[in-house]
Design a protein. Sequence first.
Length: 170
Amino acid sequence: MSAGSNQAALMVDRDPRRLAPAFAESVLRALAECNSSQNALGAMLYEGYRSAELQAMYYQRGRTVIPPLAPVTNAPTNLQSWHGYGLAVDIVHEKKYWSPPEGEKWFRRVAAIFKQHGCAWGGDWKSVDLPHFQWGLCTASPSKAARDLITSDGMQAVWSRLGAIDGKPA
Ligand SMILES: [Zn+2]
């Protein structure tokens, strides 16, 4: 593998076009509402789709080298996180990243809006993950069936099964 392609795989991906279409639409609508003149939360999509290479690095190090703070993951491969399926995003403050002006309250305000747009929030989990949102029709984490399906039939098959292409589960 050339250094160039390896580097590309290790960059944080915040391109909404790498996400499932219905999920991407929910995320973009929720972000627009977060950042409306009325709400002015200054929310940004920090990371969406996560490659196998980047997930492996996160898992090995426990944290990324990108400042100021880093997500920590329990998932050893990208198929154990919905990020690896284009079905999860991490939302942070555009200037303060993981330390928004009102702390957890800021994440709660963002979450209230994202939930109205069909997303589930990592802040509701026992192991709290405040910046994390995923498609509302996903299980908390990918099942063996989901891992098998993406391996055999690809990402689109999982999106279709979970209604993340047109909002209608297959
Ligand atoms: Zn996440």
